[in-house]
Write a protein that binds this ligand. Sequence first.
Ligand SMILES: [Zn+2]
Ligand SMILES: [Zn+2]
Length: 327
Amino acid sequence: MILDVPGRPLRAAEIPAPVPAAGQVRLRVRACAVCRTDLHVVDGELPDPKLPLVPGHEIVGVVEAAGPGASRFKTGDRVGVPWLGWTCGECGDCRAGRENLCATARFTGYTLDGGYADFAVADERFCFPIPPAFPDAEAAPLLCAGLIGYRSLKKAGEAARLGLYGFGAAAHIVAQVARSQGREIFAFTRPGDSEAQDFARSKGAAWAGDSDAPAPAPLDAAIIFAPVGALVPAALRSVRPGGTVVCGGIHMSDIPSFPYEWLWRERSVCSVANLTRRDGEEFFALASRIPLELRANPCRLEEANEAVARLRSGRVQGAEVLVMNDR
Ligand SMILES: [Zn+2]
Ligand SMILES: [Zn+2]
């Protein structure tokens, strides 16, 4: 599926198997999850995508060819391709372990072609081996919802009581990781969304309620996954002194002004940008140890526009996943 012009539906197209360049592998795509970031790319909310573009950055595929010099994986290996597709390796951020901030980084399904296709190519250094415990469709959301969620959770520090604002694909994974660490989860959903609140409780939330209401007890930290700027002051009001509000998305509506008092007492607000390969290694090791229960809603590649629309409607529980492995 191809994005020709942001703001228009994706176009179905037969894409021939690409030839992997030096250092790349070619994958036969088995599954690709649909991320909220795809929605921002398709809708034109992120600047300067590669065009035309194959979206999708939560790819699970099987290696079927390797370019010159690529020897990390062998034919038949099952690997995952995340959002971070390439970094320069030379700038100050790359050398300091902050490759997520590399100014010339390239991103899968945004500035590089992604996984809404039967084939994908990827730089082998940025791929992850997929633990065998996870079927293709369930492994796919781990590659962004899981990984970015994990980085967001690290930014929340030691918080024992954690608020999650927006209970979609990322939160349903983070909640289970956080529960395995003994943390208490309070889930905030769009007001009146009792289905999402039930879903949150089924994934271990001790409390679930409306995002426009204060938390019933002070939070030690909060992670905001919903792209709604008004949730920043709302979360700050529910976080105890010294607590952190982590913004986990790539795009958010404007944050309304609020009294300094809500930030005072050493509360902080931070964002999470992209991921590092180290995040991925840590997260996949952790994910293999926790019995994660993942909710993947499979659909066919040709249904990508419908899957994106369902995500836009906000009525998705778990992750929408394009599944190609039955072809
Ligand atoms: Zn760099
Ligand atoms: Zn994503």
